[in-house]
Design a protein around this ligand. Structure first.
Ligand SMILES: Nc1ncnc2c1ncn2[C@@H]1O[C@H](COP(=O)(O)OP(=O)(O)OP(=O)(O)O)[C@@H](O)[C@H]1O
Ligand SMILES: [Mg+2]
Length: 470
């Protein structure tokens, strides 16, 4: 797979996991938690590759698919096969695939329960159970399902829990089902990735869309994800972006699975470069080339913030995250800063002129790239002739004008979203902005090893409401 060294979480968890220990693994987004559980379970399964041996639970369908793909890459050239099992896909097709006897399945809890009831999946023989994004599965109200799944599995199985965030409720789950679990947290100063630049812009609700378009024009992200609070918001934003000529598609829980799959495929391949999403895309998704995350609506809590912005800056890459906050949400933003122990820098509202300049820069880049390719033979004589008539600056300016996309001002009105309710928190430790700045900027450095071995700050975690995206 081209990995040269284990990431810190892999280094710490793989040996005890191979010994069969139960463990809770916590490490920042994009630091290779999938392989941290994938490698030991595949190793274990290889010693007795008959029947279903291991089950991984994941909170969303897309994540189940992605994790299954990663496990199949790890077990490549072995007889181990891993199958994703998730809602929204034809169940008879899944039953057929199960007849091929995969040794590992990666499942969303609901669909797994369905197969357990039909007796098309039996968990009586499994050796390992993994909960990826364990905290999110509890948030989504899957506790009872997880409980039922635990009951159907052998008592002496190994349990592995992984996530970038581990709120306190996880402890109940651990106490109840796990056998003296090792708690392995990769200590870091910040829960978020230091290589992700974090900004916020104070905006009025009605100005959000124009400002988003300006940001995209200025920053021209390779791939970006725009998070909205609700499904309706995602639909409206997607339509509005398309109207202004952007290649955007939306993803949320009310779309058919076929649509969800095709949107993600297009985004991964780059035919669509803006993914508009609810929190359904906040967890676990690993898409190379995501350079920017825009929180069009502020996330409801610090966990959601950490996971959303963690879609960029993965595997040692850098990234930029920009969150919009309306004035009433500023206090909520502060509580996210406190919980993540990281200052989110204020950014001025970008102007139309800056957006236009951004587009011009893009045109210039196109010209320079074409110069590099130097397949210009067919244009040279015409160019010389033109230079006899006009001066070079005028000619080049005209060419740039033609190549520059006009900043589209098509009027757009989105239905307003109610501002997020702030659960009135004051800063209990009176942490100053200066202290926050000092904690920032540390832990920089390329590659996995250096950045992640820092001390984790204490966190206060607001209670979380039931998410509405599922
Ligand atoms: N040892 C390694 N060296 C280099 N790249 C790695 C290594 N291990 C994993 N990766 C790559 O890093 C990327 C992120 O990994 P992964 O999706 O497992 O992160 P994660 O910790 O689960 O993140 P999240 O909290 O967002 O789910 C993947 O593309 C993966 O293939
Ligand atoms: Mg993951």
């Amino acid at each position: 797979m081209g990995f040269e060294e284990p990431t810190p979480i892999q280094e710490k968890t793989i040996p005890p996991a191979l010994e069969g220990k139960d463990l809770i693994g916590q490490a920042q987004t994009g630091t290779g938690k999938t392989a941290a559980f994938g490698i030991p379970i595949i190793n274990k399964v290889m010693t007795r590759p008959e029947g279903l041996q291991a089950v991984v639970l994941a909170p969303t369908r897309e994540l189940a698919i992605q994790v299954a793909e990663e496990l199949n890459r790890i077990s490549d050239k072995s007889e181990i096969h891993c199958l994703p099992i998730y809602g929204g896909q034809d169940i008879t097709r899944q039953i057929r695939a199960l007849k091929k006897k995969p040794q590992i399945i990666v499942a969303t809890p609901g669909r797994l329960m369905d197969h357990m009831r039909r007796k098309t999946i039996r968990l009586q023989e499994i050796q390992v159970l993994v909960l990826d994004e364990a905290d999110e599965m509890l948030n989504m109200g899957f506790y009872e399902d997880v409980e039922k799944i635990m009951e159907e599995t052998p008592k002496q199985k190994q349990i592995l829990l992984f996530s970038a965030t581990m709120p306190r409720q996880i402890q109940n789950l651990a106490n109840r089902f796990m056998n003296e679990p090792l708690l392995i947290t990769i200590k870091a100063k910040e829960v978020t990735i230091p290589l992700v630049e974090q900004h916020y812009i104070e905006v009025q609700e009605r100005d959000k869309f124009d400002i988003l378009c300006r940001l995209i024009d200025i920053q021209s992200p390779e791939l970006s994800i725009v998070f909205g609070r609700t499904k309706r918001r995602v639909d409206e934003l997607t339509e509005a972006l398309k109207k202004r000529g952007y290649f955007a598609e939306g993803i949320h829980g009310d779309l058919t699975q076929g649509k969800r799959d095709s949107v993600l495929r297009q985004f991964r391949s780059g035919t669509v470069d803006i993914l508009v999403a609810t929190d359904v895309a906040a967890r676990g998704l690993d898409i190379t080339g995501v350079t920017h995350v825009y929180n069009f609506d502020i996330p409801q809590d610090s966990e959601s913030y950490v996971h959303r912005i963690g879609r960029t800056g993965r595997a040692g890459q850098s990234g930029i995250a920009i969150s919009f906050a309306i004035p009433r949400e500023l206090e909520h933003l502060r509580s996210i800063e406190r919980a993540t122990n990281r200052k989110i820098m204020r950014m001025a509202i970008p102007t139309i002129t800056e957006a236009a300049e951004g587009q011009q820069r893009l045109a210039v880049e196109k010209v320079l790239r074409t110069v590099e390719k130097s397949e210009l033979q067919n244009y040279r004589s015409m160019a010389k002739e033109l230079l006899g008539r006009e001066d070079s600056v005028t000619l080049l300016s005209a060419a740039l004008k033609l190549l520059t996309k006009d900043t589209d001002q098509t009027p757009i009105t989105l239905s307003p979203e109610a501002p997020l309710r702030v659960r009135g928190q004051r800063n209990p430790r009176g942490r100053s902005d200066r202290q926050a700045r000092q904690s920032q900027g540390q832990g920089k450095g390329k590659g996995f090893g250096k950045s992640f071995n820092k001390y984790y700050g204490k966190k206060d975690r607001p209670n979380r409401q039931q998410p509405s995206y599922h």
